[in-house]
Design a protein around this ligand. Structure first.
Ligand code: AMP
Length: 420
């Protein structure tokens, strides 16, 4: 039996890659406008990097990581997200010494063994950014604004931004105790997952997708009533700045997100164009993460966004993706004696910077013309023995059907002359 790709992974086929490239180029240009530089970290890291940062009790670490022992017995994990690796690289390479604020972005695959469904894959792709080194609310606002700018640039209108503050090491413990007290009263009625979380990670119970859990916890106290003065001020600063940027949002006191390392700001962007997996992007502040990973205490904030889900929304809303690239010229051989020349000339044109194609299957002229059409070549040049003797041939524009005679030693010039 022929091999098949692994469940939850997808090929991006040649007919679709230009869509990916377009999204990636928009992401890069937006990030560049905000002065973020690309960072590329390895696709696999020590398992402990992720379990330490994301949190042992999270779904990602508990159930979803692709972890294996390599041949030397080291525990390795395919990265399930980007932030931990970026912070590891930041610490390891002393980036803090180069700039007081490190602004980086990444684009690439992430791996989680989730149950595949529409918008949920096991190898999926994210673009994301991290700003490391500032505790100030302006960075939270900038990062949120930058995420939104990507969607705006792509013409997306149907999204909503939810924000929350999940507090800090000063105020969160008090809230946790209060929440645990309340949750213990209804523990037996909660889902098994939520019961498990009461002791270690009670805030995630509020984030449960289980309907019964949601009903039972509807009136639970929320973190925003417990924020310390610093967190409270920070949160209102973030909101004020978002308003000054013209960004609309709602505060959702139940938003905690699935990773343990967040402090203060947490946010999520969702799209009404997506089904149950409606999150486009999520992020937040992580002031304790660098220290947790063995570095100096360094505040940071970032976000990550799914490319597959963005693509789904764009396709659903009929985004006008430009066509993929077409050859500028297709050089067809009218007879066998001309073939050696058509191939050599195609190579010369490519060397001169022109996207040129020719027949590599020794087909009839008719079949070559069909091929030029299928490739949507902008021009076709038909060359046979006679044209070679005369030193000129007809260059046909496939857009308007017109032809003109051009000298065979100046094809590149003729092609650049025509406005293609
Ligand atoms: P997270 O790192 O879980 O906050 O995810 C950030 C974004 O990545 C989400 O909002 C989704 O758009 C996307 N994402 C997360 N997990 C998956 C997945 N399994 N398949 C496809 N996209 C995903």
């Amino acid at each position: 039996m022929a091999f098949r790709s692994i469940k939850g992974t997808k090929d991006v086929l040649p007919a679709d890659t230009h869509r990916w490239q377009h999204i990636e180029s928009v992401v890069r240009s937006v990030f560049q406008r905000f002065n973020y530089k690309e960072i590329r970290t390895p696709l696999f890291e020590q398992t402990a990097l992720f379990s330490r940062s994301i949190g042992e009790l999270t779904d990602i670490v508990g159930k979803e990581m692709y972890t294996f022992e390599d041949r030397s017995g080291d525990r390795i994990t395919l990265r399930p997200e980007g932030t931990a690796s970026v912070i590891r690289a930041f610490i390891q390479n002393n980036l803090a010494e180069q700039l007081p604020l490190t602004k980086v972005y990444y684009i690439g695959p992430m791996f989680r063994q989730e149950r595949p469904q529409a918008g949920r894959l096991r190898q999926f792709h994210q673009f994301g950014a991290e700003a490391i080194g500032s505790p100030c609310a302006e960075v939270d606002a900038e990062v949120i604004a930058m995420a939104i700018e990507v969607y705006r640039t792509l013409g997306l209108r149907q999204y909503s931004l939810k924000i929350n503050s999940v507090g800090c090491e000063k105020c969160r413990p008090l809230y946790k105790v209060k929440l645990q007290e309340e949750l213990r009263k209804i523990a037996p009625q909660l889902s098994a997952d939520s019961q498990r979380r009461i002791d270690e990670n009670p805030m995630r119970v509020l984030d449960s997708k289980d309907e019964q859990d949601q009903k039972l916890t509807a009136d639970m106290p929320l973190i925003n009533q417990f924020l310390c003065e610093e967190c409270s001020l920070h949160f209102s600063d973030v909101q004020r700045m978002l308003e000054s940027f013209g960004i609309t949002y709602t505060v959702n006191g139940r938003l905690v997100r699935g990773l343990d390392y967040y402090t203060k700001t947490a946010f999520e962007l969702t799209s009404t164009e997506l089904g149950s997996q409606d999150a486009l992007a999520g992020g937040g502040r992580y002031d304790l993460l660098a220290k947790e990973l063995g570095g100096k205490q360094t505040p940071g904030v970032g976000f990550a966004a799914g490319i597959e889900r963005l693509l789904m929304v764009l396709e659903k809303t009929g985004y006008p993706f430009a066509d993929s690239d077409h050859p500028q010229v297709f050089i067809a051989a009218a007879d066998d004696p001309a073939r050696a020349w058509t191939i050599a000339e195609t190579m010369r044109l490519r060397g001169a910077g022109i996207a040129a194609e020719t027949d590599l299957l020794r087909r009839s002229l008719k079949a070559q013309m069909r091929e030029a059409d299928r490739q949507r070549a902008l021009h076709v040049l038909v060359v046979g023995e006679r044209e070679l003797v005369e030193g000129k041939a007809a260059l046909k524009s496939m857009q308007d059907g017109t032809s003109r005679m051009i000298p065979l030693d100046a094809i590149a010039l003729a092609l650049t002359d025509t406005s293609t």
